[in-house]
Design a binder for this molecule. Structure first.
Ligand SMILES: Cc1cc2nc3c(=O)[nH]c(=O)nc-3n(C[C@H](O)[C@H](O)[C@H](O)COP(=O)(O)OP(=O)(O)OC[C@H]3O[C@@H](n4cnc5c(N)ncnc54)[C@H](O)[C@@H]3O)c2cc1C
Ligand SMILES: Nc1ncnc2c1ncn2[C@@H]1O[C@H](COP(=O)(O)OP(=O)(O)OP(=O)(O)O)[C@@H](O)[C@H]1O
Length: 591
């Protein structure tokens, strides 16, 4: 297989020039500074770009997710917006800024709604923050890989389009929010900056800096829209919005969050209701007078090599595509009713919802998903599958609330329980995992899918995590940071939360399990279809041997801790296809 090695790219300086007049606001890109990244691993940017061209159509096929024409997606999104249009009246004065972060949507966006209600003019802003394109904390991988960066850019194009449909626009500025927002607040004499509240320290730090910047940029006395604004500090109002259940509706403080998921779920299902989605008026305009709303950077300007998805799933970024995927999965293909039976699959777009990239960027509201599940249950049928999507979305909520409870310990080697264990940071072992060259087809296929598409199934993520941590004994944060680079759906809470669970350092000591590769392969890829898709050289091998190819495949870099990879299932893990969250694994014996 040919691997494209991209040498680390110089980092671009993104400089913002802001003319503090309402009519002239310009952003410029400066392609000047070259700062070579300080990288621990030089080959960190290796992406499996070009598989050999295969004779079989199925081996080289790509699937767009959703697989719908652009005009169909526009129609679906217009219809959805139509259902969420109300007749609220605004009563506010002056200008409010909406600072978009991981809430790149118009539908059910509370920050946007509050800004509209509280003002006469809304200024929507997105800051292309260079820190998002720097490197990960410990191991120097790209903080945002090319595929997620591309997805993000698509989200922004679409957000601008949807805001324009609502009579607004999106101001795109290049630089740090703590520098841009105070300047804008001053220039527009905004009374408030509204934004979605985040929970992890990197984002909290930016919130603190923005707050500090706003305090320093006190607006000067001036007559604006008939209102006298005198030496007022622009407020930063942070709005909760990432979860299906609202933080304020939990029957306990985040600090008393139960440490067992099931306990958490049962309490909130019994005691909490999910707030309805917000209905917006047909127009949120008028927009402020701005000549130049700013342009989006190219991947190259962000210091990334552009990467085409040439195999597997190609996700289309943006709210329009996200709403269309919901329509496609629930209504067009009618797959919600079988979700629980198919969700542990690995191949193709339809074994699971694939909502996660849109949820992570905030292009889809989890409350909207809840309402769509309920609508489906009313109009079609309700069964354990329709419930199970909500069950999984509650996991997502849980990891978000855990980040409030446990703070930075979610990112620490010992995790929230401060578990002491010896970890290795063996570079060549790690690289064999990262590049999909371990000699275990199931691991290698999953890792190639990740670097080629930015996605991996939940089953695959659990298996490759267990292998890295249990069989290789590698520092789990290396795996978590590589996922941070690659995943389209990267979310700090879900990613680091799942990695701490998978590594046995999470808050729940029972979530400490070993996934046996032979057992997983036999259960979830018995005919080797998945591995042969990603490793075409295995296609010539008998189906049931593809996961156990012996010397017909590359050598294994480490032996397995339990069981063998010979094809026989020597693993004594609990029964196959259990429907619980992390079924089909065995308790890890601590070293
Ligand atoms: C090591 C590891 C790392 C992960 N990193 C991330 C991450 O960065 N971002 C992310 O969104 N998910 C992460 N997950 C969770 C899960 O794998 C993905 O959410 C899921 O595979 C996305 O595919 P889907 O949308 O088709 O999921 P579906 O099976 O259709 O589930 C519906 C939704 O439920 C939520 N969900 C499902 N499983 C989980 C879970 N275990 N934890 C949290 N939410 C869940 C997701 O929002 C998902 O979109 C990780 C899991 C593991 C084991
Ligand atoms: N959004 C995020 N994405 C990825 N990592 C994050 C995010 N927010 C916080 N972190 C991680 O949280 C950790 C914070 O480390 P920091 O040193 O600031 O805090 P700390 O608790 O004092 O840790 P330490 O004791 O290791 O110094 C880092 O590992 C950082 O990468």
């Amino acid at each position: 297989m040919a691997i494209l090695h991209c040498t680390p790219l110089p980092f671009l300086s993104l400089r913002t020039t802001l003319y503090s007049s309402k009519s002239s606001l310009t952003s410029t890109f400066t392609n000047s500074t070259t700062r070579t990244r300080n990288l621990l691993f030089v080959a960190m940017n290796t992406f499996s770009k070009s598989e050999p061209v295969s004779s079989s159509a199925s081996s080289s096929s790509t699937y767009e997710v959703p697989e719908l024409a652009a005009n169909d997606m526009d129609r679906i999104s217009d219809n959805t917006f139509g259902r969420y249009t109300g007749s609220t009246k605004r009563s506010g004065k002056g200008t409010a800024i909406v600072w978009f972060r991981n809430d790149l949507r118009v539908l059910d966006n509370e920050a946007l709604y509050k800004a509209w209600l509280s003002s006469e003019t809304v200024l929507p802003v997105y800051c292309v923050d260079p820190r998002l394109f720097a490197t990960t904390y410990h191991f120097g991988f790209p903080k945002t890989g090319a595929l997620r960066a591309q997805f993000l850019l698509e989200c922004l194009v679409d957000l601008r389009k949807n805001l324009m449909k609502k009579g607004l626009n999106l101001l795109v500025q290049h630089g740090k929010p703590e520098e841009i927002l105070p300047s804008l607040a001053k220039a527009f004499q905004a009374h408030t900056v509204y934004a979605q509240k985040e929970t992890c320290s990197e984002e909290l730090n930016v919130e603190r800096l923005v707050m500090g910047g706003l305090k320093q940029a006190v607006t000067s006395p001036e007559e604006s829209s008939g209102v006298t604004v005198s030496n007022k500090i622009t407020k930063l109002q942070l709005v909760w919005g990432t979860t299906m259940y609202h933080l304020d509706d939990l029957p306990f403080d985040a600090s008393s969050l139960p440490d067992m998921y099931t306990q958490f779920r049962k309490i909130i299902e019994a005691k909490c209701t999910i707030r309805p989605c917000i209905k917006l008026p047909p127009s949120l305009g008028p927009p402020p007078l701005i000549e130049d709303w700013g342009c989006l950077p190219s991947l190259e300007q962000l210091g990334l090599c552009s990467q085409n998805v040439i195999k597997g799933m190609k996700f289309v970024g943006g709210e329009t595509a996200g709403l269309s995927r919901v329509y496609e999965y629930f209504w067009k293909k009618d797959l919600l009713k079988v979700y629980k039976e198919t969700r542990n699959g690995m191949l193709g777009p339809d074994y699971s919802t694939k909502f996660s990239p849109w949820l992570a960027s905030g292009s889809l509201s989890p409350r909207f998903l809840y309402e769509e599940v309920k609508r489906y249950e009313n109009e079609r049928l309700a069964n354990s599958s329709t419930y199970w999507v909500l069950f999984e979305l509650i996991w997502r909520d849980y990891f978000r609330f855990l980040s409030v409870k446990y703070g930075n310990s979610l990112f620490h080697l010992g995790g929230p329980r401060k578990v002491q264990r010896n970890w290795s940071q063996d570079k060549s072992l790690f690289e064999s995992w990262r590049d999909g060259c371990t000699g275990y087809p199931l691991i290698d296929a999953n890792m190639k899918e990740l670097s080629t598409t930015g996605f991996m199934s939940n089953r695959g993520r659990q298996i490759v995590c267990s292998f890295l941590v249990r069989d290789m004994g590698i520092d789990w944060r290396m795996g978590a940071e590589w996922f941070e680079t690659c995943l389209l759906d990267y979310d700090p809470c879900s990613n680091y939360g799942n990695w701490t669970y998978g590594s046995g350092v999470g808050n729940d000591p029972r979530e400490d399990r070993y996934f046996s590769i032979p057992k997983q392969a036999q259960t979830y890829d018995p005919e080797g279809e998945y591995v042969a898709y990603w490793l075409p050289q295995l296609r010539k091998i008998q189906k049931e041997k593809r996961n156990f190819p012996g010397n017909m495949y590359i050598p294994q870099v480490v032996p397995l801790k339990f069981g063998t990879a010979s094809g026989s299932n020597k693993d004594s893990s609990p029964g196959a296809r259990r429907s619980n969250h992390r079924g089909n694994e065995r308790k890890w014996n601590r070293r």
